[in-house]
Design a binder for this molecule. Structure first.
Ligand SMILES: Cc1cc2nc3c(=O)[nH]c(=O)nc-3n(C[C@H](O)[C@H](O)[C@H](O)COP(=O)(O)OP(=O)(O)OC[C@H]3O[C@@H](n4cnc5c(N)ncnc54)[C@H](O)[C@@H]3O)c2cc1C
Length: 371
């Protein structure tokens, strides 16, 4: 089967890329070894945040945020996006100092979306926050979306423009035949001029088949969700220096994250929970919000995610093969970036260049540092 572009991986990056390309009239096939949105893109915390981004990611993340605010209209779907703001809480004066330094740096770079708030304003916005918390920082445009719905919304919109999605199609071999890529799964073979690696936690295995080595690690960040509680928090909540992250949905349930990792077994598509770390996460939430003492945890899970040594993704061309492109390694914050990654990958494939600075995301940045 032939197409202009073959995308490996049906997560949000693969689906958003397929959407942008198909919309531009390109013939696209997405190969997904399991089913679309089965992995990180379907099970993440749905946090849509610009707040606290690494400087290298701020421009991309801000552009993604603009898209999120009108994404339901664009995709003609319900992604569950809600702009609720995000507050990172300062637990002590050391956190305030950290925030002041960050604010200065951001202002120097011309970014004004992170606004410091004092203790009084923190209490106005989060009346149930613990008394000892001294202030924080807010990003008004941030919020959350429902991951599975969002990724499927991209898939369906891409299909409406003619993209093909093949599920249960695990890419086994990749080679060049003339100027085309020839890709084989157990059942079929596919040919295309361009190849895009959006394989998430498995992307290093695809990269090496193309000729690119990359120091990707995979891990299993965990989440838990409570039963319904009386409404007590509208903004999404994080903390400046502690592993706290939660959001209360409109139905009252509270999703608690914070980055604690379980055990990952990517060969078998499985994860195992580390209950002691989950208990620490629950204690953290109670420490910041005493009302959480009354919460009942209803469900816990983990997802397989790709991490890079510098926690920045790989976005861009293969340095070792023509017409091969990468978008992976989002290090537990790639859901928010999905909408802009789709655009960037389409720009790269259609024009050979992006309107964003991508140098920090080169796949060979680790080798270049050694040199
Ligand atoms: C628990 C958890 C919480 C998170 N919370 C947030 C958050 O709040 N906000 C945020 O912005 N980000 C968050 N993230 C990160 C975010 O989910 C990811 O960065 C993002 O979804 C990555 O998308 P992706 O398309 O690169 O990868 P994936 O969604 O993993 O998709 C990659 C796909 O490639 C497929 N694939 C792999 N190998 C092959 C092969 N050989 N052949 C065919 N297909 C293949 C896989 O089956 C998979 O479906 C979280 C992640 C987790 C796990």
């Amino acid at each position: 089967m032939n197409s202009d572009v073959l995308i490996i991986g049906g997560g949000i990056q693969g689906c958003a890329t397929a959407y942008q390309l198909a919309k531009a009239g390109v013939s696209v096939t997405v190969l997904e070894k399991d089913w679309v949105s089965r992995h990180a893109s379907g099970v993440n915390a749905g946090g849509v945040r610009v707040l606290g981004r690494h400087i290298a990611e701020v421009e991309l993340s801000k552009a993604a945020m603009q898209i999120w605010h009108q994404l339901d209209d664009e995709l003609d779907a319900d992604t569950g996006f809600r702009a609720r703001s995000l507050i990172n809480i300062a637990a002590d004066e050391a956190d305030i100092e950290t925030l002041k330094k960050r604010q200065q740096q951001m202002h120097q770079l011309g970014h004004f979306h992170e606004k410091m708030i004092d203790q009084q304003e923190l209490r106005q916005r989060l009346p149930h926050v613990a008394d000892y918390c001294v202030g924080g920082v807010v990003s008004e445009d941030d919020g959350y979306a429902i991951p599975y719905q969002s990724t499927l919304a991209y898939r369906r919109a891409a299909e409406r423009h003619g993209a093909r999605f093949i599920e249960g199609a695990s890419v086994e071999t990749i080679r060049k035949v003339g100027s085309n890529w020839l890709i084989k799964t157990a059942e079929a073979q596919y040919e295309a001029l361009h190849l895009v690696n959006c394989a998430g936690a498995w992307a290093d295995q695809i990269a090496v088949k193309i000729g690119d080595n990359v120091p990707l690690c995979h891990s299993a960040p965990m989440l838990m969700i409570t039963t319904r509680m009386p409404h007590f928090a509208t903004p999404v909540v994080g903390a400046v220096s502690r592993p706290l992250s939660f959001k209360q949905f409109e139905n009252g349930t509270v999703l608690i994250g914070g980055g604690a990792k379980g055990f990952a077994d990517r060969e078998n598509n499985r994860t195992r929970l580390d209950y002691s770390k989950l208990a620490t996460g629950a204690r953290n939430a109670i420490e910041f919000f005493p009302i959480m003492r009354t919460a009942t945890v209803n469900r816990m899970w983990a997802g397989l995610e790709a991490y890079m040594p510098d926690n920045l993704p790989v976005i861009g061309a293969s340095p070792n093969a023509d017409n091969a492109w990468h978008a992976f390694g989002f290090s537990a914050h790639g859901f928010q970036m999905g909408p802009i990654i789709g655009k960037v990958m389409a720009q790269l494939i259609l024009n050979g260049a992006s309107s964003f600075a991508l140098d920090a995301f080169r796949i060979d940045r680790f080798e270049r540092k050694v040199l």
